[in-house]
Design a protein around this ligand. Structure first.
Ligand SMILES: Cc1cc2nc3c(=O)[nH]c(=O)nc-3n(C[C@H](O)[C@H](O)[C@H](O)COP(=O)(O)OP(=O)(O)OC[C@H]3O[C@@H](n4cnc5c(N)ncnc54)[C@H](O)[C@@H]3O)c2cc1C
Length: 332
């Protein structure tokens, strides 16, 4: 276990952030020491990995915990156990190299393995929860290691049971039973058609490259333009509840969902009201994607939350739709 004081915290929104303590757990053997440390230093605890889905405060007055468990163990032709500190995109490439099918659509999503189940990361028609057999984690409340199988995890759109638990994910077991490629997402279909690609001959690597091309055209690279990806979830609403006094349904993007609710494209809602959001010298919407808020250089946490509130209020007043944030706002 490594303990640092006044450590600076990595985050893709590039907020200059530090914490009272930063602890790195190198293996499960460190958990007794961690319990000891926390009992002697009671207070707030935050689990943080690569910091690509959080808006951090300038100072976190508590203990930040991260892991460096970076093993990838092949168990069988279908099963793999992976440590929480492994980088997600690295793992996608590893799966492609080792013929495990299914997560190539999730290529280039920033962040770590350990965070992937928390919001059930998803993109281009695929969600990570589909491939998770079990999640091994430390439960801070019960001070015990637990294993949840896939159904215990209660995966749904950008959500899981873990969002409401105080836990440190240590290892994930994946089960890959599929062999074909998932090409059914609209922007993948359009890319294939536009570029005259013969989809019957596509392999996993080529699909991952297509996904990367599409992503790079729309999403800013956080190492060049600090951001946390999509800032708002696509809301699920009753279609009759949408206020249409300023725009018509044809102006919106609407997908059917499993329930009686419809999923509304949050990016389009924001595009339609963005001219009414006052300019802020520290922060703005990304030119290619209205769902992405970018740090223009000097943004504080308050700049971000104020700006997000302005957008939420304007969308609510215009469409009677409540937007929900995707990243976690971490209180100081
Ligand atoms: C440019 C960009 C594009 C993105 N595109 C997508 C996308 O297409 N789809 C998508 O779903 N997401 C996307 N994201 C969001 C982000 O990549 C994911 O949420 C990712 O899983 C976050 O990983 P992280 O390691 O950075 O987590 P962090 O930001 O460090 O943490 C995120 C949350 O997970 C918790 N957490 C982290 N590690 C652990 C652990 N080991 N145990 C328990 N809790 C933990 C934290 O407490 C926090 O609540 C994007 C982000 C960016 C910047």
């Amino acid at each position: 276990m490594i303990i640092k004081e006044q450590a600076s915290l990595k985050n893709s929104f590039a907020i200059n952030s530090r914490s009272k303590y930063l602890i790195t757990i190198e293996s499960e053997d460190c958990l007794d020491n961690l319990e000891n440390f926390l009992s002697k230093n009671p207070g707030k605890v935050l689990v943080l990995s690569e910091g690509t889905n959080v808006i951090l405060p300038e100072f976190y007055d508590g203990v930040v915990i991260t892991t460096s468990c970076n093993h990838i163990n092949k168990i069988s032709n279908a099963e793999v156990k992976v440590g929480s500190a492994v980088n997600w995109h690295y793992f996608v490439n590893w799966c492609i190299d080792n013929d495990y099918y299914g997560i190539e659509n999730l290529s280039l999503i920033p962040g770590s393995l350990g965070a992937a189940p928390i919001q059930n990361i998803g993109a281009y028609g695929v969600e990570v929860g589909t491939f998770i057999k079990s999640v091994r984690f430390y439960d801070f409340k019960d001070q015990a290691i637990k294993v949840f199988n896939s159904s215990d995890c209660k995966f749904s759109y950008r959500n899981s049971i873990f969002k409401n638990m105080d836990i440190l994910i240590l290892e994930i077991t994946f089960e890959f039973n599929k062999t074909g490629l998932n090409l059914s997402y609209k922007s993948i279909e359009e890319y294939i058609k536009y570029n005259n690609i013969d989809s019957s001959n596509l392999n996993q690597r080529q699909l991952a490259e297509i996904v990367q091309e599409i992503r790079k055209a729309r999403l800013p690279d956080p190492s060049l333009i600090p951001n946390v990806g999509s800032f708002f979830k696509n809301p699920l609403v009753e279609i009759d509840s949408i206020s249409l006094s300023s725009f018509s349904l044809d102006d919106l993007i609407i997908w059917e969902s499993d329930s009686s609710l419809v999923k509304v494209g949050a990016a389009r809602l924001i595009e339609l009201i963005k001219d009414q959001i006052p300019n802020n010298p520290n922060i703005s919407l990304h030119a290619n994607h209205a769902l992405v808020i970018v740090n223009l250089g000097n943004a504080s946490q308050k700049d971000v939350t104020d700006y997000a509130d302005l957008i939420k209020n304007k969308v609510y007043k215009t469409f009677n739709i409540e937007l929900e944030l995707e990243p976690s706002i971490i209180k100081s």
